[in-house]
Write a protein that binds this ligand. Structure first.
Ligand code: PRX
Length: 657
């Protein structure tokens, strides 16, 4: 859709009211109620955050609520809180919740087990003692290379208990990607599973860890959880430990460490506009405050819910809405290990039916996949328990929205398309499910205490209905506090582009009802199935291959994945532009970044469209693959003759495959 058509579509979009039955049980039940509470939260943000803080357990509470401004701000400075205590202890010590199931786990192989809050409490304390016994304590960093397992939750909660910064690395990332994260965070320990099931195959995670640690590194301990009984791995007796052996020796009682609300709590790497991934630092206490508030009001999480968020623990969504936000609210969650369409396409439905899931949170990509599998399949299962479907990470297109509403939701459901980023540590935009009229494709309204705006290049607000840059004007507790070890990059990336506001890097439109529609990135980041990939990072990987002279990567729209990366390369004359070289280049990207970043196609070209200052104009490459021609302004080209040549080359190259 062209930007003009897009805006027309937004202005005309229909409004669907949340089901009456849902409204009755929602924390906010009408737009008027939302608007009043929102207005008050912007006029007096401290009162809103104080209200949230009052629902949490504090070790010590001071009066001050918000101090400073972007980029140096703090929430409840001097007050002491512990994330783990709020997510585990307070439920385990509550007679009404202690025997409630915290986690229902299902492995891809069919294994099932569950833990109550009381059991979780015991395991977490033991593992915290394990960490202490290895000499790890507040301020240290550990890398966690595990898939969705109850033990992964134990590890992360134990880190929160002690103030150890954890960094989860998606269990599927290559040795190089893992190594880079270990080195840049100076991790003292790695905690991994020996292996993981994925689409029926076994991934040997310990082998990846060994490969990542081949050369010099800061890691003193590797703790290996034996997920797959008979998967043999090599254990280095000077460095590696068996999880179970350590747990057997550990005592089940470990005090929580009092932490300042602004102390760093977790570290998560994400792609930015430059080649190297950034280690985003979130404050532990701040993350708890915010994620508790988002989970409560945007998902209406309640004691009686059976809530399944399919996000992998390698992505921040699982930390926001399950590990911290979800557990802080004391809900029953479902944790699933592998591919949600394995061993059969109806696996998601089968699990919804088995546990009577009433709130399902997943990625738009996964929802589009279900749509592709068809309506007949969905009809074979009892999905009547579903009340809320939520998603984050990429646009939820109106077609998928309607399909979900009708087929999975049976027209009696709330769909909440939330917007957030690794850096925002939560979702500043979303529906308040019982209050906001739903508009298919919209990302809803600003959350309490968050002042969002759409502005032009000069930072001035644009009228409703006009696309512009999405910015956030107020500080909030889950906003990233730093880029690990690189304060300058933090300030330059997020606060320098437009002084006084947080620059999201996204473009958006606000409609006349105050709902926001996020249109896409304004920088060189592409979103493949919700995985953020820096095109620069992919280009650096390609250029490092000896045959490649220049590389440019662009995103091509894809029905299921949202976008797929397509690479354009010019190569050294000594090499032949053939299938073998294309395969080798694809393998290189997979090795350097991970399989999700594999370029869908490699186009060998002789020339690149460039500006006079020598910058590759990626927009033109995007237009060539999408429309076979360049429609936008071509006057910035250094050599305007090259366009026809380039278009012909891409056509020929595509025809040859
Ligand atoms: O471009 C926006 C897109 O995803 C980016 C953030 O990606 P990541 O940091 O991986 O997200 C983690 C989520 C906690 C954003 O800058 N994005 C996210 N949600 C939406 C979206 N684009 C459109 N619609 C959304 N609902």
């Amino acid at each position: 859709m062209s930007p003009q058509n897009e805006v027309e579509f937004i202005q005309k979009s229909e409004k669907i009211e949340p089901p009456v039955a849902y409204k009755r049980n929602s924390y906010v039940r009408s737009m008027a109620e939302y608007q009043e509470k929102y207005k008050h939260s912007i006029e007096d943000p401290a009162s809103f955050w104080r209200e949230i803080a009052d629902e949490l357990t504090w070790i010590q509470r001071e009066n001050s609520v918000i101090e400073g401004s972007m980029p140096d701000f703090s929430f409840f400075p001097g007050s002491k809180i512990n994330v783990c205590q709020n997510c585990v202890d307070r439920h385990a010590l509550d007679p009404k919740r202690r025997n409630k199931v915290a986690i229902f786990f299902e492995g891809e192989n069919g294994e099932r087990r569950s833990w109550t809050y009381l059991q979780l409490h015991r395991e977490v304390q033991k593992f915290a003692n394990v960490l202490l016994s290895l000499g790890l304590s507040k301020g240290d960093v550990v890398s966690v290379y595990m898939q969705n397992l109850p033990e992964t939750y134990v590890v992360l909660l134990a880190c929160f208990r002690l103030g150890i910064l954890y960094n989860t690395v998606f269990a599927g990332f290559s040795p190089e990607a893992l190594r880079e994260r270990i080195l840049s965070s100076n991790a003292k320990a790695v905690i991994c599973a020996n292996g993981s099931y994925r689409r029926g195959k076994v991934l040997n995670l310990k082998d990846t860890v060994d490969a990542a640690l081949r050369d010099e590194h800061p890691v003193q301990h590797v703790i290996v959880f034996r997920r797959i009984e008979n998967l043999e791995v090599t254990m280095d007796p000077t460095r590696d430990h068996d999880y179970e052996e350590l747990m057997q020796k550990a005592s089940a009682s470990c005090e929580v460490v009092p932490l300042d609300c602004n102390d760093p709590g977790l570290l998560i790497f994400t792609s930015g506009t430059s080649g190297k991934p950034k280690g985003i630092v979130h404050a532990g206490g701040g993350f708890l405050l915010g994620t508790y508030a988002y989970s409560k009001y945007q998902l209406d999480l309640r004691d009686e819910d059976v809530y399944w968020n399919t996000a992998d623990i390698g992505w921040l969504t699982a930390h926001i809405f399950v590990l911290v936000g979800g557990l802080a609210l004391g809900v029953t969650t479902i944790l699933y290990e592998g591919a949600i369409d394995y061993p059969h396409q109806g696996r998601v439905y089968e699990m919804i039916e088995r546990y009577q899931v009433n709130k399902l949170f997943s990625a738009p990509t996964a929802f589009r996949m279900l749509m592709k599998y068809g309506e007949e399949l969905a009809k074979k299962y009892d999905l009547s328990s579903i009340q809320l479907l939520a998603s984050v990470g990429e646009p939820l297109n109106p077609e998928a929205w309607h399909w979900l509403y009708r087929v999975i939701g049976q027209n009696q459901v709330v769909i909440n398309n939330t917007w957030g980023q690794t850096e925002t540590g939560g979702t500043p935009l979303a529906s308040l499910p019982g209050a906001t009229p739903m508009k298919p494709g919209s990302c809803g309204v600003p959350f309490f205490g968050h002042q969002l705006d759409v502005v032009n290049q000069d930072g001035q607000s644009v009228p409703d209905g006009t696309p512009g840059f999405l910015v956030i004007r107020t500080v909030f507790p889950t906003l990233a506090r730093d880029v690990f070890g690189d304060r300058k990059r933090y300030v330059n990336n997020y606060f320098a582009p437009m002084p006084g506001v947080y620059f999201t890097g996204d473009s958006a439109v606000r409609d006349s009802d105050g709902q926001y529609w996020v249109l896409g990135r304004v920088d060189d980041v592409i979103n493949v199935s919700g995985h953020r990939i820096s095109t620069m990072e992919m280009e650096s990987s390609l250029i490092a291959h000896e045959a490649v002279v220049e590389a440019a990567v662009v995103g091509q729209p894809d029905e299921i994945k949202g976008a797929v990366p397509v690479a354009f390369v010019t190569i050294d004359k000594q090499y032949t532009p053939d299938e073998e070289l294309a395969n080798a280049l694809q393998r290189k990207v997979i090795e350097d970044i991970g399989s999700f970043a594999k370029p869908e196609r490699i186009h060998f070209v002789n020339v690149m469209p460039k500006t006079r200052s020598g910058k590759i104009i990626r927009r033109m490459l995007r237009e060539i693959i999408e429309e076979g021609t360049v429609r936008g302004d071509a006057t910035g080209l250094e050599d305007s003759d090259i366009l026809d040549k380039l278009i012909a080359e891409v056509k020929e190259d595509s025809a040859n495959r």
